[in-house]
Design a binder for this molecule. Structure first.
Ligand code: AMP
Length: 216
């Protein structure tokens, strides 16, 4: 199963990804994660990447495309993949088409998780990660126990001013992918403004072979 997970930052892609990858036995390829891991090493490339992520801007297509092309060559992608946060521009989508056709593969589904902007800002600004376990909490919607509070960190790009720019980038550069994939008959719209369990059910209904393209 070859799936793209499309949607604005904070839509819940990360939360829903686990169930999809364990059900279909496919790896999650999160370009945000790959970029954050690369930034942790102190190299010229990490400084270049930080320049974009710190401001909430998209990293140039050529850099991200190369990362995804490398990742798709790994053996665990032979069964499929869940692309989370890629593509984010039409040029990335076109590059992905080429990467897949070179490998004799094609996309099965593009899941679009839709959430209104005001909800996204609330979700992202309250998001905190437990340093040791990687577990994500939300100060209001999924409050952490007081025992872990000292070990919670906020992502550098989860502050309100950076989020506003990330959302601007999404609407300007990523949203054009919606009609792009709709025209190819691959788009599956999911209402992401529901409890996580309801979102999960909609996602699996959308991934059924007989599902229509509208499953909200
Ligand atoms: P995410 O965790 O997916 O929200 O990504 C965090 C940041 O990494 C984004 O704000 C971008 O700066 C960068 N990034 C992640 N994926 C991409 C992509 N496909 N194209 C360009 N920049 C990306």
């Amino acid at each position: 199963m070859n799936i793209i997970f499309l949607g604005p930052p904070g839509a819940g892609k990360g939360t829903q990804a686990d169930a999809i990858i364990s059900t279909y036995g496919i790896p999650q390829i999160s370009t945000g994660e790959i970029i954050r891991n690369t930034i942790r090493c102190d190299t010229p490339l990490s400084h270049e990447l930080r320049h974009y992520t710190d401001r909430g801007n998209l990293v140039p297509d050529e850099l991200v495309n190369r990362m995804v092309d490398d990742r798709l060559s790994k053996p665990d992608c032979a069964t499929g993949f869940l692309l989370d946060g890629f593509p984010r521009t039409i040029r990335q989508a076109e590059a992905l088409e080429q990467m897949l056709s070179r490998r004799g593969r094609r996309l099965d589904h593009v899941l679009l998780l839709e959430v209104p902007d005001d909800i996204l800002v609330k979700r992202i600004t309250g998001r905190r990660m437990h340093k040791q376990s990687g577990r994500i909490y939300h100060l209001e919607f999924d409050p952490p126990p007081s025992s872990v509070t000292p070990d919670l960190v906020q992502r550098d790009d989860d502050t309100e001013s950076v989020i506003k720019n990330r959302l601007r980038e999404y609407h300007e550069k990523t949203a054009p992918l919606i009609p792009f994939y709709d025209a190819l008959g691959l788009l599956r719209r999911i209402d992401g403004h529901q409890p996580p369990e309801a979102v999960r059910r909609c996602i699996f209904a959308a991934l059924e072979p007989s599902s229509s393209s509208r499953t909200t």
